[in-house]
Design a protein around this ligand. Structure first.
Ligand SMILES: [Zn+2]
Length: 142
């Protein structure tokens, strides 16, 4: 069972799944403090990102997929948007805060180790499944 953790929400996976322009816009939104985590559970998370107006982003982990859904028009076309990126980073930050400091280095090491043997198939297959990022092939080391 995949859950929302620092491994499924790694920056590495995010970079593989969005183009650099969207990534940059999302990082800027996050840096401005525009992204707020509203709810963070094992399998679902909700965020609000303030960008002219409030956008609502939902994350859901189900079997081997991580689903992202934003309320903006860009996301409605089946694309990962900058709000998704900002929300992703906010969740990552929240998850990091929840770990006692002495564990953090170890977790970072585990995440790096586990990401290396990942198969070379694309992280996102938008043609087949909208809003999904493959999490297959990764195990939680926690
Ligand atoms: Zn959006």
């Amino acid at each position: 069972m995949y859950t929302i953790n620092l491994e499924t929400f790694s920056e590495d996976r995010l970079q593989k799944s969005v183009d650099s322009e969207i990534l940059q816009l999302g990082k800027e939104l996050f840096a401005k403090g525009a992204a707020q985590v509203v709810e963070l559970l094992d399998l679902t998370a909700r965020c609000v990102v303030q960008d002219k107006r409030n956008f609502h982003i939902q994350f859901k982990i189900s079997k081997q997929h991580l689903y992202l859904r934003c309320s903006c028009s860009h996301a409605a076309r089946g694309l990962i948007c900058e709000h998704d990126v900002a929300a992703w980073l906010a969740i990552q930050e929240k998850l990091t805060e929840q770990i006692p400091p002495e564990w953090r280095m170890q977790v970072e090491r585990l995440v790096t180790t586990n990401l290396r043997p990942q198969r070379s198939r694309p992280a996102v297959n938008l043609a087949r499944r909208k809003f999904s990022i493959k999490v297959a092939g990764l195990r939680s080391g926690l």
